[in-house]
Ligand binder design. Structure first.
Ligand SMILES: [Zn+2]
Ligand SMILES: [Zn+2]
Length: 61
């Protein structure tokens, strides 16, 4: 029986849409406002790029 890859295991940066698994210092956290999972890569964190929650529109650093 072949192992199926779980689609949700892949996380892409909410700002630049890169695969965060290949970027150091990446984080996955829940939106402070609505709890939706948000992924950010280390590059966007390092540059201080704001993120916008796709569900509720919350903008945070
Ligand atoms: Zn990014
Ligand atoms: Zn949200």
């Amino acid at each position: 029986m072949a192992e199926e890859l779980v689609e949700t295991e892949k996380n892409f940066c909410i700002s630049c849409e890169r695969d965060i698994s290949i970027i150091d210092d990446s984080v996955v956290f829940n939106c402070p406002n609505c709890g939706t999972k948000i992924s950010r890569c280390g590059k966007c964190r390092g540059r201080g790029v704001n993120y916008t929650c796709k569900v509720c529109g919350f903008v945070g650093p």
